[in-house]
Design a protein around this ligand. Sequence first.
Ligand code: GUN
Ligand code: FE
Length: 467
Amino acid sequence: ADEEAASQGLHIFTGRIIHSKSLTELEIIPQGAIGVLPDGRIAFLSREETNISNLQRKYARLHLDFTSATITHLKPSQFLFPGLIDCHLHAPQWPNLALGMDDTLRDWIEKYTDPMEASYSDTEKARRVYSDAVRTTLRLGSTTVAYNTTMHVEATNILTDCVLAAGQRAIMGKMCVTVGSTSGNWESSTEESLKGSEACIEYVLSKDSEGRLVRPCVQPRGGPYCPPDLMKGLGEQYAKYKRVYVQAHMCETEDDIERTLALHPPHSTYSDIYLANNLLHPRTILAHGIYLQPRDIQNILSAKAGIAHNPNSNTTLRDGHCPVRSLLEAGVKVGLGTDCSAGYMPSIHAAMRDASNVSRHLAMSRGDAKHVLRFEELVYLATMGGAAVLDMQDEIGNFEVGKWFDALVVDVEGVVGVERELWEWDSSRGDAEALVRKWVFCGDDRTVRRVFVGGRVVGGWDVGHVS
Ligand code: GUN
Ligand code: FE
């Protein structure tokens, strides 16, 4: 209740604060404080002071109203962690979580995904499934999600409503597909597909013109599903609307690349198709990027586009190992995605572990330890990396002053391997890095106690589903 009141005034948190500053730097503040403005932005981050009177003196120049502030002292077993960013999730595939793990990409889409997605002409179903997907991802700590949808305008707008009602940040648009699908999961013409895409962009803009929570995208499913005229039309929509995103799949399997190139002569490189159609930009989110050619990497780099790495889905569908180390070395932006339901777990907390495992399997198969992702890199990918892929690195991803307070209150009490001596502040064994490592690898969803987006409590284990 105290945190609901906080939306009216300054909210100060004191305790352990952990966030990523860069790929190589995980910052651990054993006892610090964060001040959150009524509008949800971070006013200050104190790295040593936790005493409220001292904070008031220290930040006098900010003219904050300390007298009416809400104060939350985190318990010794708790810490603040930045909100998790899911760069790729298919909301309509939600009912298929953990089902259909017997096939590889093409057969899986045909058997499970196309029939499921085609069913979203049923708007009641959309309301039921989407509200559960949004509330559950929030509870699991995903404060921002880039959603993939279906061809249905009404259902897509319902997802926008659900996201806004629940208070999640999202990238949202209508999936565009006119060829290459089965079970009737396609639109009958390029014209219809484009018209629907534009309607969904307009809907998002009508609900949130500033893009405070929800931002629109064009969503060409991928090369095999969008013929040249559809790609061209979506590139024109990008040009027409300011600040529109692009979400698409790219280079997930070799078969996927073959089908793409067959549909798009004269191109011989996947990314050239997006580039030629005005779809490669700093706000372009490309799912997978497992089989990129050097030319693809060049195109992605010069456009400042980003890759959503989906380790759970790549493993389940046996797509292959995304060479994350090589992408990072090249300077490509990389974030994490769950890619549900090809990925069975809609949690970026779990995706950090999956990314670690996939990187180790890649290191084994290539006989080169350089591919192993280090702990601080996993945290970066789940937070700051995702923020960069969504071109929101100045708005979210860590606790820098001026960013939105998108945060998790994590509680490690009861986590496997965590002894009280590890977290007690007056204990000589107190070790915050050990705590956060144990949380990432051994903690489950019950540890994510409260989830904040823009300073508002929107979910977490303690509050269940909030809307
Ligand atoms: N490529 C095109 N559509 C999809 C999808 O829904 N899931 C995955 N994993 N890959 C795709
Ligand atoms: Fe996907």
